[in-house]
Ligand binder design. Sequence first.
Ligand code: XUL
Ligand code: CO
Length: 435
Amino acid sequence: MAYFPNVDKIKYEGTKTENPFAFRHYDPDEVIEGKTMKEHLRFAVAWWHTLTQDGSDPFGAPTNIRTWITDDPMQTSKNRVEAGFEFFEKLGVEYFCFHDVDIAPEGDSLEEFLANLDEITDLIKEKMDQTGIKLLWNTANMFTNPRFVHGAASSSNADVFAYSAAQVKKGLEISKKLGGKNYVFWGGREGYESLLNTDLPLEQDNIARFFHMAVDYAKEIKHDVQFLIEPKPLEPSKHQYDYDAATTMAFLQKYDLTDYFKLNLEANHATLAGHTFEHEITVARSYNALGSLDANQGDVLLGWDTDEFPTNIYDTTLAMYQVLENGGIAPGGINFDAKVRRSSFEMEDLFLAHIAGMDTFARGLKAAAKLKEDGFFTKELDRRYASYKTGIGKAIIDGKENLSSLADYALEHDQIKNQSNHLELLKSRLNDYLV
Ligand code: XUL
Ligand code: CO
């Protein structure tokens, strides 16, 4: 049975097309900088937003029409596998991502949950083998169930730590079974509500212990997977420990985890942390820790994680510029951690939303490649930092100076001349690339 009988395989038709079910900018086979767009972008669909999200919000009931929902949770999960693969294939997306609870019902016990996961992942594996569609990453949902009220690995209750371990153990086994490329940790409840009753050092030590156990288990089962942490400053916790890229890198360094972990950066999380997406990507790159991207966007008028589909080409251009400079994002990808608006409730809206996001990233990629080809940013950086190429600047970089030698130099060069940045000119020229 087809869940999207009115939608055919989405094709690239160019900007002249009137067909809403077509790509206008994303041509999977177009070669840019020696790689096809498909290879550059490595798009993934998020199971939770596309297959399980119902359109409810804190003030309103579900709105989404989803024909896979039945009264039997296990049947619904099976239908979602069917619908999901039809959707991925028609959209032409090569990867998908999920939390354990997205794909299978939790049932009444951990044992039942694990058995349900086995049954559903068998089905998923069959579909993967038939279609060639791959798992970009999976993760454990350790934030929705009431047992995580005080956290998961950071919980004050050691039984919850143990339960979380069981979930991640299974998650890694599933990752191996399905050939997952990455394994994600997003610590929605790994933070605190009040410092008055929180042992912050113990909680962080425990999270690190937990991560080391995950690394050890992946080695034990011989699963070579890239671990990723997804930073977010708040929501649902008031303060989350993995606040942003820089905070998370300090944590990874402190606990000796940088060999195993990189970052999965999400645009809307950057906004919540008071950063731009490209700031987070740039910080990660400076640590050689750019792992993967969760593509979405927030709303400047709303202060929460709205997870909208990305449609802002300025942001995707700057993000893709960093990805190109990084030499690509593999084994990571660009996962649409984005949900259709509550008012876009038809099944077909799922296609329209992903097409919008994919076209927006394709435009970003094309603009970024042109910026790179023209040396737009490198010329500007060369100009701005020219003082470090020769003379005293070069001597500083070469490690030939110290405070005394520099003080002697400064005494003779204290009439300092700075140059204007002409930043408005730069921004205006940048706009010429966003066509
Ligand atoms: C929450 C969020 C998660 C992670 C995976 O804001 O982004 O969906 O991507 O747990
Ligand atoms: Co995310």
